[in-house]
Design a protein around this ligand. Structure first.
Ligand code: NAD
Length: 250
């Protein structure tokens, strides 16, 4: 119960990696609020499952790309629990296309959802965290920002932006007791990767030194560590969790 007494806010929490993170933080003793976009059924099911496990959890419907959503969501959580110790910026989308074919909507949707939301939510939590003199911000990036994947210029730009922001915020907030880190997952089995898994799972697994795809729990454990008091001297770091995908050896 590393996170007993802590409160957490996770974006994109109703499925995939976010759902795994919500479970892990709750299992470690945190009260967890999560944001979901539209799948009320999955969000309600997750709340039910966690409550059956005696966990305290709140689901909040919001579009994280909307600049006003963060203030509203953070306000709701503060009204209920009075503090937010942990923010996990997890919500993300892909809209892959070669740059020559990419339209402005594909560019903007990815930048607004993946990067804009990190700005909005960090902006909304830093003042309360500064008054608490304690906070943990964990941004979910991607190894795609370290590769040159054709068709992912919008996604890589958003995740590269997250990593740069993580370092700047870490430099700004360390003296206030707030750490800011990123987790860069490799290839994780979720809805986001379903199409590419269907096309090339065997080829991908051969490139991963652990010889398996990652799962949401792999990312959730890394996130829970960065959220814990044990990680109080780790800040501005990008923790790659990819089973060795980016080692790049022969
Ligand atoms: P997913 O598609 O299963 O889940 C994404 C979540 O984000 C969903 O809950 C979705 O509702 C939410 N979301 C998207 N847009 C939103 C919006 N505008 N408002 C509110 N919520 C919104 O994907 P996932 O694989 O679980 O991805 C989670 C994070 O991990 C993303 O940031 C993704 O970029 C990152 N990531 C995933 C992988 C992978 O292999 N799956 C690898 C590297 C990084």
């Amino acid at each position: 119960m590393k996170l007993a007494g802590k409160t957490a806010l996770v974006t994109g929490g109703s499925r995939g990696i976010g759902r795994g993170i919500v479970w892990q933080l709750a299992r470690e003793g945190a009260k967890v609020a999560f944001v979901y976009r539209s799948d009320t059924e999955s969000a309600n099911q997750l709340v039910k499952d966690l409550e059956l496990d005696q966990r305290e959890v709140i689901a909040i419907q919001a579009d994280v790309s909307d600049p006003e959503s963060a203030e509203t969501v953070v306000g709701n959580v503060l009204e209920t629990w009075e503090r937010i110790d942990i923010l996990v910026n997890n919500a993300g989308i892909i809209r892959d296309n070669l740059l020559a074919m990419m339209d402005l909507d594909q560019w903007q949707a990815v930048i607004d959802t993946n990067l804009g939301s990190v700005f909005h939510f960090c902006n909304a939590v830093v003042r309360p965290m500064m008054s608490q003199r304690h906070g943990r911000i964990i941004n979910i990036s991607s190894v795609a920002s370290h590769f040159g994947n054709p068709g992912q210029s919008n996604y890589a730009a958003s995740k590269g932006g997250i990593e740069g922001m993580t370092r700047c915020l870490a430099a700004e907030l360390g003296k206030r007791g707030i750490t800011v880190n990123a987790v860069a997952p490799g290839f994780i089995e979720t809805d986001m990767t379903e199409d590419i898994r269907n096309m090339a799972e065997g080829e991908i697994v051969k490139k991963i030194s652990c010889r398996r795809l990652g799962n949401a729990e792999d990312i959730a454990h890394a996130t829970a560590y960065l959220a814990s008091d044990e990680a109080s001297y780790v800040t501005g770091h990008v923790l790659v969790v990819d089973g060795g995908l980016t080692l790049g050896g022969l």
